[in-house]
Design a protein around this ligand. Sequence first.
Ligand code: NAI
Ligand code: MG
Length: 353
Amino acid sequence: MKKYKIAVIAGDGIGKEVMPEGQRVLDVVASRYGFALDYDELPWSCDYYVKHGSMMPADGLQQIRNHDAVYLGAVGLPSAVPDHISLWGLLIKIRREFDQYANIRPVRLMPGIASPLANRKVGDIDFIIVRENSEGEYSSAGGRMYEGTEREIAVQESIFSRHGTDRIMRYAFELTRRRARKHLTSATKSNGISITMPFWDERFHAVASEYPDVKTDQYHIDILTAHFVRFPDRFDVVVGSNLFGDILSDLGPACTGTIAIAPSANLNPERLYPSMFEPVHGSAPDIYGRNIANPIGMIWSGAMMLDHLGHTEAAEAVVRAIEAVLQEGPKTPDLGGKASTKDVGRAIAEAIS
Ligand code: NAI
Ligand code: MG
């Protein structure tokens, strides 16, 4: 039987409550589809920081370098550790050092969830955002001068390499080609950002010529955000730079109702390093400890991990089980129900078996 080695980092807050439900569902679907997941549970978190002065051991990345994937709950305990220390010491460190340059977020209106957009029903909103996750606007190139004086300046440069741009485009085209509508939209702003964004457009067109079967279009980011709200049914796959992708990947899931169910993947598509799968939400200290966190974002992220490991049918079975439970309940309080985290995890596991 095929066995996968998974680095499990539950992290902080509700990460610790939703992770066991993710594992519960993964175990059920794995045994049903004839493979096994071997979890390596790592205590890396803000609690770890308080004890040891770092979010993970010095050789932490080395320890999980050869695992098949990383499954992560949430990071952050702002009452004890400043957010920039906890996020950069664990989550962002893994994304950067494992070159997880493609950040993938599905945007899908699920049954049983009310969209904040009027008159939208299941099937109307079903697209994927592909965010460049390694360069672009989020660079550390720049600096400050004359701090604290009237002459103070701050400069931060965007970095768009041909290597970095082409590989995210290519990933997006490959993904689009596998979907029914085969329609890829590029987020740009080449009317205002006059050097890097025309370069982005140029590379989009150059890579597009290798994919004649994929229909393409592009919008400036300002009108694109408006289209997400007004015509979400138009989109199939949307590719954006680090900053534009970041904004779109909060706006998109917001249009489908709740971040508590939204999943994400941080991929190293060449598989030179493990990829990481995590819910979009954070550690939710405001509800931690009450066993009311919605585990669906965690469970859906697990489905994305199975898909990445090549078990597409198993991944689809998990998504179907999520849909069934969203429709029939039980539901956690964020969706208007009274069920606990465990109730929902168990119901989804049962819907599979
Ligand atoms: P958050 O996502 O943790 O919470 C925002 C709101 O949504 C809260 O009211 C929370 O109760 C609710 N919520 C989130 N997930 C939920 C779930 N599964 N079920 C029910 N309700 C849920 O964002 P916030 O409050 O801004 O950040 C809290 C901590 O999490 C901070 O330390 C922040 O840095 C960290 N964070 C970590 C992320 C990650 O690990 N990827 C992502 C976002 C924030
Ligand atoms: Mg964000």
